[in-house]
Ligand binder design. Structure first.
Ligand code: ADP
Ligand code: XUL
Length: 524
């Protein structure tokens, strides 16, 4: 009998479903059978989002949680229409954009358990929420709350020690504090606070599902070493928080069976199991097979992230990066940039270019861009912490398309290289993923800046793949994550570094660092 496992990734701009097919008792034979993505803005314009986010006050980034519900419904409808063997799926794993939170009122438990399969999912869940919109990872509006929590807990290092990161605006704890301060009545009416990655499994299981330590680490609320809520952090954040937070559940466990609603409506088997969800970055770590040292992953999605498996847990001395749990039970180090794909799109659109034109410019221009530098803060930035948008150009004008295109990519790669040095040894290779990893010329600059080969595997949806591999692993525990990710590591292409370009980037990095440091200093 052929076996099937489903991975779902609910990310910033889209939801992706990825179905794995395995010939019986032979995990090495596993292959991706179907990959299906729905872009939120294009598929559901009635929600009024742009790039998956509602227009709002400067610094604020919220999404209606019902859009994620509609997306889940839509992608399952699309799979069913394609004739995907949903009735044979044995387990479903979920990955979600990190930090985003969903606030449910006291009707949630009974509503989720009693869905009517003659009706759509979205229409039945209208009255489920105690907070109308969900703050997501792009929100930078909680500096005040970060300072308040940090003060109560005794400073940046104390918070970092307790939760794996100092307080960050997008992390869920500061977001919860802001909600409690600005909407005390709605906060009081909140019965359950979920993450995006625990909300989707809750819908599927028809009950509230716990938060896994991978995504829990992005909240400033969890003790990363103990993998348990930290009572002091909870107390410093908002009143009665312990009673509202869903429990932490080990990643490699089963939360329950799929609910009768999905069985009746989409033809799933009642024996299909649901796992606790995890963050898109921890899921990508598994999808890329980064379950031991040697390689790092770089995801060029809406956010750009650089992450690696961590054997020896230590934190970033600059406090800019994070330690998250890995779904394998180990830890991961991660640096996150807000000015990723949307910054590249800003430059591309400003000069009316297609991605092909953009790549053409990277191909014909010189490494180092004649020392012309862009600090790409089109939006606020996480690394380094930049509170006000404002891209800075040195040595060229914004009308110079060729300089601008090269500058944005060189800035992104150089910044990642500089700010990830704390993680330890230089990697032997980089595995690239995310939407922009389809662009070979961008990956060539990555290879040249880091001076190591860059591999692109068969899918750019490594988070959805990681979610599906987790689903497979929970039923086949005798197989290691390493074994289960191996069949997917065959690469589509490898880019080798050009040594002369790498030498040039060594000098360029010094210039870049100087501009970055003096700009950051000018803001204080
Ligand atoms: P997320 O999962 O965060 O929603 P994706 O990983 O799907 O995002 O990446 C989406 C982004 O990929 C788009 O915003 C787009 O800018 C980028 N992208 C897609 N194709 C290319 C390409 N050929 N070159 C550069 N960027 C691309
Ligand atoms: C991770 C982060 C982003 C989101 C995007 O800390 O903020 O990478 O997970 O999906």
């Amino acid at each position: 009998m052929t076996r099937y496992y489903l991975g779902l990734d609910s990310s910033t701009q889209s939801i992706t479903a990825l179905l794995l097919e395995q010939a019986e008792e032979n995990p090495a034979s596993t292959r991706i059978l179907i990959e299906k993505s729905l872009n939120f803005d294009a598929a559901y314009p009635e929600f009024g989002t742009r790039n998956g986010v509602l227009p709002g006050a400067p610094g604020e980034a919220h999404t209606p949680p019902q859009l994620w519900v509609r997306g889940l419904e839509g992608v399952l409808e699309a799979l069913k229409k394609e004739g995907a063997p949903l009735g044979k799926v044995e387990a479903i794993g979920v990955s979600g954009q990190q930090h985003g939170s969903v606030y449910l009122n006291a009707t949630a438990v009974s509503k989720l358990a009693a869905l009517d399969s003659s009706k759509g999912l979205t229409e039945q869940l209208e009255g489920l929420y105690s907070r109308k919109t969900s703050p997501i990872w792009m929100d930078a509006s909680t500096s005040k709350e970060c300072a308040e929590i940090t003060n109560t807990l005794g400073g940046d290092s104390a918070v970092c020690e307790m939760t794996g990161s100092r307080c960050f605006e997008r992390f869920t704890g500061p977001q919860i504090r802001k909600f409690h301060k600005t909407e005390p009545e709605n906060y009081a009416a909140t019965a359950h606070i979920c993450l995006v990655s625990s909300f989707i499994p809750s819908l599927l299981a028809g009950k509230i599902v716990g938060i896994d330590p991978g995504d829990g680490a992005g909240m400033n609320l969890m003790d990363v070493a103990k993998r348990a809520w930290n009572p002091k952090a909870l107390e410093a954040t908002a009143p009665n928080l312990a009673s509202k937070l869903v429990p932490i559940q080990e990643s490699d466990s089963i939360s329950g069976k799929i609910s009768a609603y999905f069985v009746a409506r989409f033809g799933f088997s009642p024996s299909c199991v649901i796992l606790p969800g995890t963050g898109d970055n921890p899921a990508s770590l598994v999808g890329l097979g980064l379950v031991s040292g040697g390689a790092i992953g770089i995801s060029l999605g809406t956010s750009d992230t650089l992450f690696s498996y961590m054997s020896n847990v230590h934190t970033d001395p600059d406090g800019a990066s994070h330690v998250f749990g890995s779904p394998t039970g180990a830890y991961m180090a991660i640096s996150v940039y807000k000015n990723g794909s949307l910054a590249r799109e800003k430059v591309r659109n400003r000069h009316n270019l297609s991605w092909e034109d953009f790549s053409g410019i990277l191909k014909r221009t010189q490494a180092g861009n004649q020392n012309r530098v862009l600090l790409p803060y089109f939006d606020t930035e996480i690394i380094p912490r930049i509170g006000k948008p404002g891209a800075q150009r040195y040595g060229f004008s914004e009308t110079d398309a060729e300089a601008d295109v090269r500058a944005v990519i060189e800035a992104q790669m150089t910044s990642m290289s500089l700010h990830s040095a704390w993680m330890g040894e230089k990697p032997r290779r980089i595995q690239a993923t995310g939407g922009a990893s389809n662009n070979r010329e961008i990956l060539q600059v990555m290879a040249d800046v880091f001076g190591v080969p860059v591999l692109r595997q068969e899918t750019s949806n490594s988070a959805a793949l990681g979610a599906a591999i987790r689903a497979q692993h929970v039923l086949l525990k005798e197989n290691s994550f390493e074994d289960l990710s191996r069949p997917h590591l065959k690469t589509t292409f490898t880019l080798t570094p050009n040594l002369e370009a790498h030498r040039v980037y060594g000098e360029f990095a010094a210039t870049y660092k100087r501009h970055e440091q003096s700009y950051v200093a000018s803001l204080v």
